[in-house]
Design a protein around this ligand. Structure first.
Ligand code: FAD
Length: 419
């Protein structure tokens, strides 16, 4: 890669958040160099759900058609009880597309990552792999990053998209990831392997159960099928370091319906994802260094908004930078970064705070046992399929301007529900 022009912006981390931010800023006329620690770019081969507040942005980048070609536009999102397999409620995703103007898409993570990577290459993002950033520092008129090999580099702004264990975050807060004691198993398999299971071929199905849930949806035009099994680990609750192991998977879903029993043998058993989030953080910017994506707001994945929020972050920052217009000179980009970063920090932390906290409350709702489970089921059964009250603030364009957000969904008061 050439270093003939000094870049305006560094992005640290080439996950979905970093790549999409690099693309967004490049589209606005900025020179961006992205540093990724891994020797090659890549993502896990499991599925990802992208709600309309994300497909709206992919459309803006000219990438939605390609993403839709590679993914699936499911017809419904259906919630069922994991014990009895009875339907509790559903969302009509075609109607939802009419409401929000953009589709609900499910896509293989590596396919989305590839779409963003090719977008970056076409736009001219300078992509550097094998570079592990070990230190960040504000300097006069910019920021400096230092790498594990001892090299350092300077730009006007550094965006840290370095994930859950972000080093840059330590500049802003001394916190630790919060252990939920839940773990996720994943498995994406050729559709042939589930054909006999009589699965929903065109829907996202969520089975909610006691301290567990199970998700299924198609991928790659229906040629693949994605499953996610999530459960509370007794070993984690007991303080055991070796938690979330396959023996716990086998126990966690005992007593759940046949649909889940048929799906479980197809889960990958050689790796699992322990689920952590962090307490919301309202300050993401220090000088010319800013957090983005999981580095700023890692959620539990129950709202399927982690990657989506990361993509929104980059879009919002790039909109604020781009709104100033190009004033490039010998001295640099001409962007007033204090203004752009202030505007970014004025909208994104509040929205992401709401999502992180709401994801926790959705998890609690899904995993109820006993009477609360029955109360939850009664509330869900009485929900109108076409009631969007609980998602307008997330899926609508207002998600980009929280000052205009309608009421957020908070925990449903189950105590008053008679069963
Ligand atoms: P990451 O993906 O963690 O990327 C960080 C990148 O930075 C990596 O490439 C890493 O190698 C690099 N890096 C780290 N440190 C350094 C360093 N020091 N120097 C250089 N590079 C560095 N979200 C959704 O929107 N929809 C879903 O359906 C969904 N489902 C999920 C299901 C599960 C089971 C889980 C666990 C998560 C799910 N999420 C979902 C959340 C989503 O995966 C994350 O929020 C998202 O991937 C975060 O992207 P990111 O780019 O911010 O961070």
């Amino acid at each position: 890669s050439t270093k003939s022009h000094r870049p305006d912006v560094f992005v640290i981390g080439g996950g979905i958040g970093g790549l999409s931010a690099a693309l967004a800023l490049t589209i606005q006329g900025l020179r961006v160099r992205l540093y990724e620690q891994a020797p090659e770019f890549g993502e896990v081969g499991a599925g990802l759900q992208l709600a309309p507040n994300c497909t709206r942005i992919l459309h803006d980048y000219g990438l939605l058609d390609e993403a839709v070609q590679l993914g699936v536009l499911p017809e419904h999102m259906i919630m069922k009880d994991a014990l009895g397999a009875t339907e509790l409620t559903r969302v009509d995703l075609k109607d939802m597309e009419r409401r929000y103007g953009f589709p609900y898409l499910v896509i293989h993570r590596s396919d989305l990552h590839g779409v963003l990577l090719r977008g970056c290459e076409r736009a001219g993002v300078e992509l550097v792999t094998g570079a592990r950033c070990v230190a960040y520092e504000n300097i006069e008129g910019g920021a400096r990053v230092t790498f594990a090999d001892g090299n350092s580099d300077e730009a006007e702004v550094v965006l840290a998209a370095d994930g859950l264990h972000s080093i840059a975050r330590t500049l802003l807060v001394d916190d630790e990831p919060v252990n939920s004691a839940y773990v996720a198993y994943r498995g994406a398999v050729p559709f042939e392997q589930v054909r006999a299971n009589e699965v929903h071929e065109k829907d996202v199905v969520l089975y909610v159960g006691p301290h567990c849930h199970f998700v299924q949806y198609p991928l790659r035009g229906g040629r693949m099928f994605n499953q996610v099994a999530v459960f509370q680990s007794p070993k984690a609750l007991a303080g055991d370091d070796d938690w979330g192991t396959p023996d716990e998977l086998d126990h966690a879903f005992e007593g759940t319906c046949q649909e889940i029993q048929k799906g479980l043998p197809l889960m990958w058993r050689d790796r699992w994802w322990r689920m952590f989030d962090r307490e919301p953080l309202m300050k993401w910017v220090t000088g010319r260094i800013a957090l983005l994506g999981d580095a700023a707001h890692p959620p539990l994945q129950y709202m399927a908004q982690g990657a989506v929020m990361a993509i929104e972050d980059g879009w919002v920052l790039a909109q604020h930078a781009g709104a100033q217009g190009a004033k490039r000179s010998e001295g640099g980009s001409g962007i007033d970064w204090e203004v752009a970063l202030d505007a970014y920090e004025a909208v994104r932390p509040e929205h992401c705070r709401r999502v992180v906290l709401t994801a926790r409350s959705w998890g609690a709702l899904w995993h109820h046992v006993g009477v609360q489970r029955e109360q939850r089921n009664a509330v869900m059964r009485s929900r109108d399929t076409y009631d969007y009250a609980f998602m307008d603030w997330v899926y609508g364009p207002t998600a980009l301007k929280p000052d205009q957000e309608p009421e957020m969904f908070t925990a449903i008061p189950l105590d008053s529900v008679e069963v």
